[in-house]
Write a protein that binds this ligand. Structure first.
Ligand SMILES: [Zn+2]
Ligand SMILES: [Zn+2]
Length: 351
Protein backbone atom coordinates (compact mmCIF):
# COMPACT_ATOMS: atom_id res chain seq x y z
CA UNK A 1 0.00 0.00 0.00
CA UNK A 2 1.29 3.43 -0.92
CA UNK A 3 2.36 5.74 1.85
CA UNK A 4 1.66 8.72 -0.37
CA UNK A 5 -0.71 11.22 1.20
CA UNK A 6 -3.39 10.73 -1.42
CA UNK A 7 -6.04 11.73 1.08
CA UNK A 8 -5.78 13.81 4.19
CA UNK A 9 -6.89 11.77 7.10
CA UNK A 10 -6.48 11.92 10.86
CA UNK A 11 -3.22 10.04 10.29
CA UNK A 12 -1.80 12.51 7.78
CA UNK A 13 -2.62 15.35 10.15
CA UNK A 14 -0.49 13.77 12.84
CA UNK A 15 2.50 14.05 10.51
CA UNK A 16 2.22 17.82 10.71
CA UNK A 17 3.26 17.82 14.34
CA UNK A 18 6.51 15.92 14.76
CA UNK A 19 6.67 14.02 18.02
CA UNK A 20 10.27 14.10 19.34
CA UNK A 21 9.67 11.06 21.51
CA UNK A 22 9.22 8.96 18.36
CA UNK A 23 12.32 10.16 16.51
CA UNK A 24 15.56 8.23 16.51
CA UNK A 25 19.32 8.90 16.42
CA UNK A 26 20.46 12.49 16.89
CA UNK A 27 16.90 13.73 16.69
CA UNK A 28 16.01 11.85 19.87
CA UNK A 29 17.90 14.34 22.02
CA UNK A 30 16.43 17.39 20.33
CA UNK A 31 13.52 19.36 21.62
CA UNK A 32 10.35 19.71 19.61
CA UNK A 33 11.16 23.35 18.96
CA UNK A 34 14.63 22.49 17.61
CA UNK A 35 13.16 19.94 15.24
CA UNK A 36 10.60 22.43 14.03
CA UNK A 37 13.33 25.01 13.43
CA UNK A 38 15.27 22.48 11.32
CA UNK A 39 12.19 22.02 9.15
CA UNK A 40 12.17 25.79 8.57
CA UNK A 41 8.71 26.81 9.59
CA UNK A 42 5.75 25.71 11.64
CA UNK A 43 3.75 27.26 14.44
CA UNK A 44 6.68 29.01 16.16
CA UNK A 45 8.36 30.38 13.04
CA UNK A 46 7.87 33.99 12.03
CA UNK A 47 9.37 33.72 8.54
CA UNK A 48 10.59 31.11 6.09
CA UNK A 49 12.38 31.26 2.72
CA UNK A 50 10.60 30.47 -0.53
CA UNK A 51 10.36 26.77 -1.41
CA UNK A 52 13.82 25.51 -2.38
CA UNK A 53 13.02 24.87 -6.05
CA UNK A 54 11.53 28.28 -6.83
CA UNK A 55 13.38 30.06 -9.62
CA UNK A 56 12.52 33.77 -9.52
CA UNK A 57 14.11 34.29 -12.92
CA UNK A 58 11.59 31.99 -14.56
CA UNK A 59 8.13 33.50 -14.77
CA UNK A 60 4.98 31.85 -16.04
CA UNK A 61 3.93 34.55 -18.47
CA UNK A 62 0.67 32.75 -19.27
CA UNK A 63 -0.39 33.23 -15.63
CA UNK A 64 0.98 36.73 -15.31
CA UNK A 65 -0.67 37.94 -18.52
CA UNK A 66 -4.00 36.25 -17.62
CA UNK A 67 -3.99 37.96 -14.23
CA UNK A 68 -3.26 41.37 -15.79
CA UNK A 69 -5.82 40.98 -18.61
CA UNK A 70 -8.64 39.75 -16.34
CA UNK A 71 -8.01 42.40 -13.68
CA UNK A 72 -7.96 45.11 -16.38
CA UNK A 73 -11.17 43.86 -18.02
CA UNK A 74 -12.84 43.56 -14.61
CA UNK A 75 -12.46 47.35 -14.26
CA UNK A 76 -15.39 47.35 -16.71
CA UNK A 77 -17.67 47.14 -13.65
CA UNK A 78 -16.94 50.85 -13.19
CA UNK A 79 -18.14 51.70 -16.71
CA UNK A 80 -21.80 52.87 -16.49
CA UNK A 81 -22.65 51.48 -19.97
CA UNK A 82 -21.75 48.00 -18.68
CA UNK A 83 -23.83 48.17 -15.52
CA UNK A 84 -27.16 46.38 -15.24
CA UNK A 85 -28.89 44.77 -12.28
CA UNK A 86 -28.97 41.55 -14.30
CA UNK A 87 -25.20 41.79 -14.65
CA UNK A 88 -24.80 42.41 -10.93
CA UNK A 89 -27.14 39.48 -10.14
CA UNK A 90 -25.10 37.24 -12.45
CA UNK A 91 -21.97 38.07 -10.43
CA UNK A 92 -23.68 36.96 -7.21
CA UNK A 93 -25.44 33.87 -8.61
CA UNK A 94 -22.46 32.62 -10.65
CA UNK A 95 -20.11 33.18 -7.69
CA UNK A 96 -22.03 30.42 -5.93
CA UNK A 97 -23.01 28.30 -8.95
CA UNK A 98 -19.48 28.18 -10.42
CA UNK A 99 -17.25 29.52 -7.62
CA UNK A 100 -18.48 27.95 -4.38
CA UNK A 101 -19.67 24.74 -6.01
CA UNK A 102 -16.53 24.42 -8.13
CA UNK A 103 -13.70 25.28 -5.78
CA UNK A 104 -14.45 24.76 -2.06
CA UNK A 105 -17.05 22.05 -2.58
CA UNK A 106 -15.63 20.13 -5.56
CA UNK A 107 -11.87 20.67 -5.72
CA UNK A 108 -11.40 21.07 -1.98
CA UNK A 109 -13.87 18.97 0.01
CA UNK A 110 -14.89 16.37 -2.59
CA UNK A 111 -11.62 15.68 -4.44
CA UNK A 112 -8.83 16.74 -2.06
CA UNK A 113 -10.26 15.55 1.23
CA UNK A 114 -12.87 13.01 0.07
CA UNK A 115 -15.30 14.48 2.60
CA UNK A 116 -18.26 13.07 0.69
CA UNK A 117 -19.00 10.95 -2.33
CA UNK A 118 -21.05 11.61 -5.44
CA UNK A 119 -22.03 9.50 -8.45
CA UNK A 120 -19.11 9.54 -10.93
CA UNK A 121 -21.08 11.39 -13.62
CA UNK A 122 -21.96 14.10 -11.14
CA UNK A 123 -18.37 14.36 -9.88
CA UNK A 124 -17.15 14.89 -13.45
CA UNK A 125 -19.89 17.44 -14.07
CA UNK A 126 -18.75 19.29 -10.94
CA UNK A 127 -15.15 19.23 -12.21
CA UNK A 128 -16.31 20.87 -15.46
CA UNK A 129 -18.01 23.53 -13.29
CA UNK A 130 -14.75 23.92 -11.33
CA UNK A 131 -12.77 24.42 -14.56
CA UNK A 132 -14.95 27.46 -15.32
CA UNK A 133 -13.13 29.32 -12.52
CA UNK A 134 -9.72 29.38 -14.20
CA UNK A 135 -8.08 27.64 -11.27
CA UNK A 136 -6.08 24.71 -12.59
CA UNK A 137 -6.85 21.13 -13.52
CA UNK A 138 -8.19 18.88 -10.75
CA UNK A 139 -4.94 16.87 -10.32
CA UNK A 140 -2.80 20.00 -9.88
CA UNK A 141 -5.23 21.73 -7.54
CA UNK A 142 -5.54 18.62 -5.39
CA UNK A 143 -1.79 17.85 -5.36
CA UNK A 144 -0.86 21.41 -4.46
CA UNK A 145 -3.45 21.57 -1.69
CA UNK A 146 -2.45 18.21 -0.20
CA UNK A 147 1.18 19.41 -0.31
CA UNK A 148 0.02 22.55 1.52
CA UNK A 149 -1.52 20.41 4.29
CA UNK A 150 1.50 18.15 4.43
CA UNK A 151 4.00 21.02 4.70
CA UNK A 152 1.78 23.78 6.16
CA UNK A 153 3.85 26.91 6.82
CA UNK A 154 7.07 24.97 6.37
CA UNK A 155 9.43 25.79 3.52
CA UNK A 156 7.93 23.38 0.99
CA UNK A 157 4.41 24.72 1.53
CA UNK A 158 3.74 26.19 -1.92
CA UNK A 159 2.02 29.32 -0.58
CA UNK A 160 2.84 30.17 3.01
CA UNK A 161 2.48 33.82 4.11
CA UNK A 162 5.58 33.24 6.27
CA UNK A 163 7.44 34.04 3.02
CA UNK A 164 5.36 37.19 2.62
CA UNK A 165 1.74 38.20 2.03
CA UNK A 166 1.97 38.71 -1.74
CA UNK A 167 3.78 35.42 -2.14
CA UNK A 168 0.95 33.51 -0.43
CA UNK A 169 -1.75 35.49 -2.23
CA UNK A 170 -0.69 35.08 -5.87
CA UNK A 171 3.07 35.39 -6.49
CA UNK A 172 3.60 31.68 -5.85
CA UNK A 173 1.62 31.01 -9.02
CA UNK A 174 3.80 33.26 -11.16
CA UNK A 175 7.30 32.01 -10.36
CA UNK A 176 8.37 28.57 -11.49
CA UNK A 177 8.56 26.08 -8.65
CA UNK A 178 10.35 22.93 -9.81
CA UNK A 179 8.55 20.95 -7.12
CA UNK A 180 4.94 21.90 -7.85
CA UNK A 181 5.51 21.85 -11.63
CA UNK A 182 6.58 18.24 -11.91
CA UNK A 183 4.21 15.49 -12.92
CA UNK A 184 5.69 13.13 -10.34
CA UNK A 185 4.31 15.41 -7.63
CA UNK A 186 0.79 14.95 -9.03
CA UNK A 187 1.39 11.20 -9.16
CA UNK A 188 2.49 11.25 -5.53
CA UNK A 189 -0.16 13.54 -4.09
CA UNK A 190 -3.06 13.05 -6.52
CA UNK A 191 -2.71 9.46 -7.71
CA UNK A 192 -6.39 8.79 -7.03
CA UNK A 193 -7.38 11.78 -9.20
CA UNK A 194 -5.14 10.73 -12.10
CA UNK A 195 -6.66 7.24 -11.95
CA UNK A 196 -9.78 8.74 -13.54
CA UNK A 197 -9.23 8.81 -17.34
CA UNK A 198 -11.13 12.11 -17.71
CA UNK A 199 -8.97 13.89 -15.13
CA UNK A 200 -5.81 12.34 -16.62
CA UNK A 201 -6.92 13.57 -20.07
CA UNK A 202 -7.37 17.08 -18.65
CA UNK A 203 -3.85 16.85 -17.23
CA UNK A 204 -2.28 15.66 -20.46
CA UNK A 205 -4.20 18.00 -22.79
CA UNK A 206 -3.80 21.30 -21.03
CA UNK A 207 -5.70 23.12 -23.80
CA UNK A 208 -8.84 21.12 -22.91
CA UNK A 209 -9.31 22.85 -19.56
CA UNK A 210 -8.60 26.23 -21.14
CA UNK A 211 -11.13 25.47 -23.91
CA UNK A 212 -13.83 24.56 -21.36
CA UNK A 213 -13.03 27.75 -19.44
CA UNK A 214 -13.24 29.91 -22.58
CA UNK A 215 -16.36 28.12 -23.86
CA UNK A 216 -18.35 28.82 -20.71
CA UNK A 217 -17.67 32.56 -21.07
CA UNK A 218 -18.69 32.57 -24.74
CA UNK A 219 -21.82 30.50 -23.97
CA UNK A 220 -22.92 32.86 -21.20
CA UNK A 221 -22.44 35.83 -23.54
CA UNK A 222 -24.36 34.23 -26.41
CA UNK A 223 -27.16 32.87 -24.20
CA UNK A 224 -27.70 36.31 -22.63
CA UNK A 225 -27.72 37.93 -26.10
CA UNK A 226 -30.23 35.36 -27.34
CA UNK A 227 -32.55 35.72 -24.33
CA UNK A 228 -32.22 39.52 -24.47
CA UNK A 229 -32.89 39.48 -28.22
CA UNK A 230 -35.97 37.28 -27.88
CA UNK A 231 -37.43 39.46 -25.12
CA UNK A 232 -36.27 42.95 -26.19
CA UNK A 233 -35.54 42.52 -29.88
CA UNK A 234 -32.12 42.04 -31.46
CA UNK A 235 -30.91 45.62 -31.16
CA UNK A 236 -28.32 47.46 -29.08
CA UNK A 237 -29.99 46.90 -25.61
CA UNK A 238 -29.72 43.10 -25.99
CA UNK A 239 -26.05 43.38 -27.00
CA UNK A 240 -25.43 45.77 -24.10
CA UNK A 241 -27.03 43.31 -21.66
CA UNK A 242 -24.84 40.47 -22.99
CA UNK A 243 -21.73 42.64 -22.52
CA UNK A 244 -22.86 43.56 -19.01
CA UNK A 245 -23.39 39.94 -17.95
CA UNK A 246 -20.08 38.96 -19.55
CA UNK A 247 -18.12 41.61 -17.62
CA UNK A 248 -19.95 41.15 -14.29
CA UNK A 249 -20.91 37.48 -14.34
CA UNK A 250 -17.82 36.08 -16.05
CA UNK A 251 -14.77 38.36 -15.90
CA UNK A 252 -15.37 40.12 -12.56
CA UNK A 253 -16.67 36.91 -10.98
CA UNK A 254 -13.50 35.06 -11.97
CA UNK A 255 -11.31 37.82 -10.53
CA UNK A 256 -13.36 37.88 -7.32
CA UNK A 257 -13.15 34.09 -6.99
CA UNK A 258 -9.39 34.17 -7.56
CA UNK A 259 -9.02 36.58 -4.67
CA UNK A 260 -11.41 34.56 -2.52
CA UNK A 261 -9.34 31.39 -3.00
CA UNK A 262 -6.07 33.28 -2.62
CA UNK A 263 -7.34 34.89 0.61
CA UNK A 264 -7.81 31.47 2.19
CA UNK A 265 -4.10 30.84 1.53
CA UNK A 266 -2.96 34.28 2.66
CA UNK A 267 -5.34 35.98 5.14
CA UNK A 268 -6.50 32.74 6.81
CA UNK A 269 -2.88 31.95 7.68
CA UNK A 270 -2.26 35.49 9.01
CA UNK A 271 -5.26 37.01 10.79
CA UNK A 272 -7.96 35.55 13.03
CA UNK A 273 -8.35 33.34 16.06
CA UNK A 274 -7.36 29.75 16.65
CA UNK A 275 -9.52 27.03 18.20
CA UNK A 276 -6.74 24.45 17.83
CA UNK A 277 -2.95 24.52 18.31
CA UNK A 278 -2.10 23.04 14.92
CA UNK A 279 1.56 23.07 13.81
CA UNK A 280 0.96 25.91 11.37
CA UNK A 281 -0.40 29.45 11.31
CA UNK A 282 -3.94 28.61 10.17
CA UNK A 283 -6.56 30.99 11.53
CA UNK A 284 -10.33 31.28 11.67
CA UNK A 285 -10.98 34.48 9.76
CA UNK A 286 -14.62 35.69 9.70
CA UNK A 287 -14.07 37.96 6.68
CA UNK A 288 -12.61 35.15 4.57
CA UNK A 289 -15.37 32.82 5.82
CA UNK A 290 -17.96 35.33 4.65
CA UNK A 291 -16.54 35.79 1.13
CA UNK A 292 -15.71 32.10 0.69
CA UNK A 293 -19.00 30.75 2.08
CA UNK A 294 -17.18 28.94 4.90
CA UNK A 295 -13.57 28.24 3.90
CA UNK A 296 -12.25 30.99 6.16
CA UNK A 297 -12.76 28.80 9.26
CA UNK A 298 -9.39 27.53 8.22
CA UNK A 299 -7.91 26.62 11.60
CA UNK A 300 -10.92 24.35 12.14
CA UNK A 301 -10.20 22.81 8.76
CA UNK A 302 -6.48 22.26 9.45
CA UNK A 303 -7.41 20.58 12.73
CA UNK A 304 -10.01 18.32 11.11
CA UNK A 305 -9.27 18.06 7.40
CA UNK A 306 -11.51 15.17 6.42
CA UNK A 307 -14.75 16.54 7.85
CA UNK A 308 -17.27 17.82 5.31
CA UNK A 309 -18.05 20.74 7.63
CA UNK A 310 -15.72 23.40 9.05
CA UNK A 311 -18.41 24.70 11.39
CA UNK A 312 -17.13 23.85 14.87
CA UNK A 313 -19.00 26.59 16.76
CA UNK A 314 -22.57 27.59 16.04
CA UNK A 315 -21.60 31.02 14.72
CA UNK A 316 -18.93 29.63 12.38
CA UNK A 317 -21.49 29.34 9.60
CA UNK A 318 -20.39 27.07 6.77
CA UNK A 319 -22.67 27.53 3.77
CA UNK A 320 -20.58 25.15 1.63
CA UNK A 321 -21.48 22.32 4.00
CA UNK A 322 -25.19 23.06 3.72
CA UNK A 323 -24.91 22.97 -0.08
CA UNK A 324 -23.36 19.47 0.30
CA UNK A 325 -26.30 18.53 2.57
CA UNK A 326 -28.65 19.86 -0.12
CA UNK A 327 -26.89 17.60 -2.66
CA UNK A 328 -27.53 14.67 -0.29
CA UNK A 329 -31.25 15.48 -0.20
CA UNK A 330 -31.20 15.19 -3.99
CA UNK A 331 -29.41 11.83 -3.74
CA UNK A 332 -26.21 13.35 -5.15
CA UNK A 333 -24.00 13.21 -2.02
CA UNK A 334 -23.41 10.24 0.26
CA UNK A 335 -20.82 9.18 2.87
CA UNK A 336 -20.62 12.72 4.24
CA UNK A 337 -17.73 12.66 6.73
CA UNK A 338 -18.87 13.97 10.14
CA UNK A 339 -16.67 16.16 12.40
CA UNK A 340 -13.87 14.51 14.41
CA UNK A 341 -15.73 14.43 17.73
CA UNK A 342 -18.59 12.54 16.09
CA UNK A 343 -16.18 10.13 14.35
CA UNK A 344 -14.47 9.48 17.69
CA UNK A 345 -17.80 8.90 19.44
CA UNK A 346 -18.83 6.45 16.71
CA UNK A 347 -15.50 4.59 17.01
CA UNK A 348 -15.85 4.36 20.81
CA UNK A 349 -19.39 3.05 20.40
CA UNK A 350 -18.12 0.34 18.05
CA UNK A 351 -15.25 -0.65 20.36
ZN1 LIG B 1 -4.07 26.25 5.02
ZN1 LIG C 1 -7.78 21.45 2.84
Amino acid sequence: MSTSPTTTTDESRKRLAPDPSKTSGTNAAKTASEIRKERLGGRDASSIPMPAQVDQKRIYYSYLISFIVFHTLALGVFVPWLFSWTGFASLVVFSYAFGAVGIPITYHRLLTHRSFKTPKWFERFLVVIALCNGQETPARWVAWHRLHHHESDHQEDPHSPLVNFLWSHFQWLIYENGNTAKFSLYQKYARDILADPFYMWLEKKTYAGVAIFAAHGVLIFLATWLIGGLTMGFAMPAFQLACSVFIWGVVARIVVMWHVTWSVNSLSHMFGYRNYETDDHSRNNWFVALISSGEGWHNNHHADQSAATVQHKWWEFDLNYYIIVMFSWMGLATNIVPPLHKRRAAREKQA
